[in-house]
Design a protein around this ligand. Structure first.
Ligand code: GLV
Length: 327
C-alpha cells in the first residue's frame, strides 16, 4: 500500500476542510491564528506533497526550492498573489484557489464599507459614545447618499457583478470597466461599459474588484485619484497593491476625494505609522471581506477538495494553472 501523502497546513483551518484532509493525508498542522514561523514552514515543506494555506503563507521560489516533492498548493482564497504561479508551473506544481464560495460575503463587505464611509458609521458610533450628544441637530454628521449615486466597478468578475446587483437596489447608475465587455451584465443591470478615465470622472463610488498582478499594480495612483470627483469615495476589497497607498493617504488628507473604504493594504498588516490610520475620512477593515463563518467553512471545503483531487491525480475544481494538468 502507498504511504499517505504528506500535507502542510501552516495556519488554523476551518472545518470541514481540515477533517477532509486528515482523512486522507498525514498532516503537519499549525493550529494558530498566525502563520507557521517561516523557518519552520521551510523545514516542513522539505518532504511535503501538498500545502493548504492562506494568503499570509508566501509560496515563493525560496519555499519551492525547499520543497522538491511538492505537487499542489491549495490556497484558501480567491486571490493567489502570495503564490509564485509561474515558478510553480515551471516545476509542474498545481496551484488552486477558492473562487465562487466567497463572492457573496465579499460583495456584502463591499456594501458595508460603502455605507459605512458615506453615512459615517464610525464617526457616528464614536460621537454617540463620547458623551457630547446633547441635542438633536439638523447638521449633525451629514453624509452622502448611496441611493441614486453613480457606482463605478473596476473589474466585472464574480465579485464585481454581485456588488453591481446589490447596488442596483439603491437605484444607482452603474458604470464598469473590465478587460472585456460583458453584454449579459449590461442587459441584466443596465451597466454601462466605459474606459477607466470616464469611470473615475463620473463615479460617486469607485469599487475595485481586480486581481493583483503586474498590470493592476498601482492602477489607482495620484493621477487616477486626481480624476475622481472631490465628493467621491474609493472602495478597495481587492488587494492593497492595486492602489498607491501613499498617494491615497495624501488625496484623503488634502480632501481631493471624500473618503475611502478599505479592506486590503500594502503591506499587510498595515504599518503602525501608516498615515491612513490617523485619517477620519476612511473606514478601515483588517482584510476580513470573506470573514463569515459560513463563508470560511465553504472556503476550507473547496480548498480541501482542490488539494485532494490534485493529490489523487484528478482535475481540481478550481485550478489557476491548468496547463500543468495536461502533463
Ligand atoms: C481574500 O483576500 C481572497 O483573495 O480570498
Amino acid at each position: 500500500m502507498n504511504a499517505p501523502p504528506y500535507v502542510v497546513v501552516p495556519q488554523y483551518l476551518h472545518e470541514p476542510g481540515l477533517g477532509m484532509v486528515r482523512d486522507v493525508a498525514r498532516v503537519e498542522y499549525w493550529p494558530e491564528e498566525s502563520v507557521m514561523p517561516r523557518e519552520k514552514l521551510l523545514a516542513a515543506v522539505a518532504t511535503a506533497d501538498g500545502i493548504l494555506c492562506h494568503p499570509p503563507a508566501r509560496c515563493n521560489r525560496e519555499l519551492l526550492d525547499r520543497a522538491p516533492r511538492l505537487r499542489v498548493i491549495s490556497n484558501v482564497a480567491v486571490g493567489y498573489d502570495n503564490v509564485d504561479v509561474p515558478a510553480c508551473t515551471e516545476r509542474g506544481i498545481i496551484v488552486c484557489n477558492t473562487p465562487g464560495v466567497l463572492t457573496d460575503a465579499t460583495a456584502d463587505a463591499t456594501l458595508a464599507l460603502m455605507l459605512a464611509v458615506c453615512r459615517r458609521a464610525i464617526d457616528n458610533d464614536r460621537f454617540t459614545r463620547s458623551g457630547n450628544w446633547h441635542y438633536w441637530t439638523p447638521r449633525l454628521l451629514l453624509g452622502q447618499d448611496l441611493t441614486e449615486a453613480t457606482v463605478g466597478i473596476v473589474g466585472m468578475g464574480r465579485i464585481g457583478l454581485e456588488v453591481a446587483r446589490r447596488v442596483r437596489a439603491f437605484r444607482t447608475r452603474i458604470l464598469y470597466h473590465n478587460r472585456h465587455r460583458r453584454p449579459e451584465v449590461e442587459a441584466e443591470l443596465g451597466a454601462i461599459y466605459v474606459d477607466l478615465p470616464t469611470l473615475l470622472a463620473e463615479s460617486d463610488f469607485v469599487c475595485l474588484h481586480v486581481p493583483a498582478n503586474a498590470e493592476t499594480r498601482h492602477l489607482i495612483s495620484a493621477a487616477e485619484l486626481a480624476q475622481m470627483k472631490p465628493t467621491a469615495y474609493l472602495i478597495n476589497v481587492a488587494r492593497g497593491a492595486v492602489v498607491d497607498q501613499k498617494a491615497l493617504a495624501e488625496a484623503l488628507k488634502a480632501g481631493r476625494i471624500a473618503g475611502a473604504g478599505l479592506d486590503v493594504y500594502d503591506p499587510e498588516p498595515i504599518a503602525a505609522d501608516d498615515p491612513l490610520l490617523s485619517l477620519e475620512n476612511c473606514v478601515l477593515f483588517p482584510h476580513v471581506a470573506s470573514a463569515t463563518l459560513r463563508c470560511r467553512q465553504r472556503m476550507s471545503e473547496l480548498a480541501a477538495r482542490n488539494l485532494l483531487a490534485a493529490l489523487a491525480g484528478e482535475t481540481p475544481p478550481a485550478c489557476v494553472n491548468p496547463e500543468v494538468l495536461k502533463n
